[in-house]
Design a protein around this ligand. Structure first.
Ligand code: C5P
Length: 218
């Protein structure tokens, strides 16, 4: 893969429902960057495992990733708690992470030329995928706040799930994502911590924008 020169690269890691996806979208729009929500790829694989439990294999995953279109990542049926949980299970597998790695590298370092660069968000973006990113943000929020936000999101999508179930599921996913052997979620020393617990989307983006503009305009 040929890497594009002089592009802006933004790497974001965060636990689930901390607001990283929203901020990544705002960053992408403002700076004209290609956005990849890497969790969606694991969700697609997690969904594959639910749909084809017997046929589920590395070759099936490779085939799926090979024909993956960016619009497939926006499919609303990926947004259920069942799929999220399945995603966090398949995400523990090193071979699966390697398959996803190649797709992510292309998006990060060789985004379509109409974009000035890329912004990727996930769990191991700073620590593994885009270690030399120009900007590195670790976005977090309290478990309670994240659960409230995710619960609200599920409600708007008419998902039948209680607040307690959402809270429990996020807690389990946090544990699994932080403690797994390959690509665990962790805050690296070189990343900037953004705690969104008491910040509105707008305030949070203003904070990120101020940091980015300082460097881009210097
Ligand atoms: O971000 P999202 O909640 O959609 O991610 C679903 C799951 O995919 C996470 O709980 C995590 O286990 C996995 N994931 C990952 N590495 C990433 C992005 C997501 O392991 N870079």
């Amino acid at each position: 893969m040929k890497k594009r020169n002089n592009i802006i690269t933004v790497a974001i890691d965060s636990p689930a429902a901390a607001g990283a996806g929203t901020q990544a979208k705002l960053i992408a729009r403002h700076y004209n960057l290609f956005h990849l929500d890497t969790g969606r790829i694991y969700r697609i694989i997690g969904k594959l495992k639910i749909k084809y439990p017997k046929k589920f294999s590395y070759s099936l995953i490779k085939k799926k990733i090979k024909i993956l279109k960016i619009k497939d990542l926006n499919n609303k049926n990926l947004l259920s708690d069942k799929v999220a949980t399945s995603a966090s299970i398949v995400a523990k597998d090193k071979k699966i992470r390697n398959i996803v790695h190649r797709f992510q590298q292309k998006c990060a370092y060789s985004p379509p030329t109409k974009y000035a660069g890329s912004v990727l968000d996930g769990r191991d973006i700073i620590s593994v995928q885009v270690r030399d990113a120009m900007f590195k943000f670790f976005i977090t929020a309290s478990l309670e706040t994240r659960a409230k936000r995710r619960f609200r999101e599920y409600k708007s999508l008419n998902k039948k799930i209680s607040f307690r179930e959402v809270l429990k599921s996020l807690k389990n996913r946090d544990k699994s994502d932080r403690q797994r052997k390959h690509g665990p979620l962790k805050k690296t020393k070189d990343s900037i911590l953004i705690n969104t617990t008491k910040l509105s989307r707008k305030r949070c983006f203003e904070k990120i924008k101020a940091i980015m503009d300082r460097k881009l305009k210097s």
